[in-house]
Design a protein around this ligand. Structure first.
Ligand SMILES: Nc1ncnc2c1ncn2[C@@H]1O[C@H](COP(=O)(O)OP(=O)(O)OP(=O)(O)O)[C@@H](O)[C@H]1O
Ligand SMILES: [Mg+2]
Length: 271
């Protein structure tokens, strides 16, 4: 725990010290262009196959009750984040399989259906990457190498909507906790934001109670959303996670996923 706390304090201090004027990253700095529109358009476009999307519960269109549930989540998320000046959102859960990655993708798609909003989703679950599979992406992208400072974001991300970029990881990364707490991560994130100026950046995180990856990374985000699974996650786990998140960053809210009986027919409730 001491190691994590030291890393968090260091990352937070670096972030506050260089909030507005990050020095160009030695690798990424060379690739940074200042025309935001051109930077977005240079990212390859990945066309979602409707069957893959349906199988993985990804709601592409803005129609139907499934979209309505995510649009409600989008509106609340945007309102709260913009009002507070928050730009980075971690999506986590107490334990595995609660629906983090599904929520992250659908929230990103819903956000960017609004043409005044752009978003980047970064796969930060280095132990069990799943976004490429869920999206049917066959190219081998390595966001881990981007966070390491070894490769450019532009070579490791694609757009699944005009202004929604997803940076995935081809395979599991050993020592993911060390990577997520490495000193260059803050600079890399600032460079990505400077290059694409996204309204929000979302991070698909590992579960909070399973390892220290998420806790160690929370100093890089402005807030976190907790995804709980109905009939699986206990109140005690939600409570424990809320307290843990609150000691590192802001708690945006809890999504109760996989509800059989919810106000939205897609099985989500948000509070
Ligand atoms: N609302 C829902 N109703 C039913 N099934 C769902 C719902 N949301 C997600 N799922 C399914 O639950 C499984 C786990 O979802 P997902 O991969 O998004 O969870 P995760 O929290 O990211 O898991 P991991 O901890 O392994 O990263 C997937 O098969 C997904 O399709
Ligand atoms: Mg996941």
């Amino acid at each position: 725990m001491e190691r994590i706390q030291a890393a968090i304090a260091k990352a937070r201090a670096e972030r506050q010290g260089t909030k507005d004027g990050a020095a160009p990253h030695p690798v990424l700095g060379q690739a940074v262009r200042h025309d935001i529109t051109a930077n977005w358009e240079a990212l390859p476009r990945h066309a979602l196959d409707p069957k893959t999307a349906e199988r993985n519960r990804i709601v592409e269109t803005g129609k139907g009750s499934e979209s309505a549930a995510f649009d409600l989540m989008r509106t609340r998320t945007l309102k709260m984040m913009l009002e507070n000046g928050w730009k980075r959102l971690a999506i986590t859960s107490p334990t595995a399989g609660c629906g983090k990655s599904t929520v992250a993708l659908n929230l990103g798609l819903s956000l960017t259906r609004r043409n005044d909003v752009s978003a980047i989703l970064i796969e930060a679950d280095m132990r069990r990457p799943s976004l490429a599979d869920k999206l049917g992406i066959r190219r081998n992208y390595h966001i881990a190498e981007v966070l390491r400072g070894a490769e450019s974001f532009a070579d490791n991300a694609c757009r699944i909507a005009d202004r929604f970029a997803v940076a995935t990881n081809e395979k599991a990364v050993p020592n993911s906790s060390d990577l997520l707490q490495a000193p260059q991560v803050g600079d890399v994130l600032r460079q990505i934001e400077a290059t694409y100026a996204p309204t929000l950046t979302l991070f698909d995180m590992p579960p909070l109670l399973v390892n220290d990856d998420t806790i160690g990374f929370l100093s890089h985000v402005d807030c976190a959303m907790l995804v709980a699974a109905a009939e699986h996650t206990s109140i005690k786990e939600i409570d424990e996670c809320e307290r843990e998140i609150a000691s590192h960053t802001n708690v945006l809210g809890v999504v109760l996923n996989k509800c059989k009986f919810s106000s939205g027919s897609y099985g989500y409730d948000y509070y």
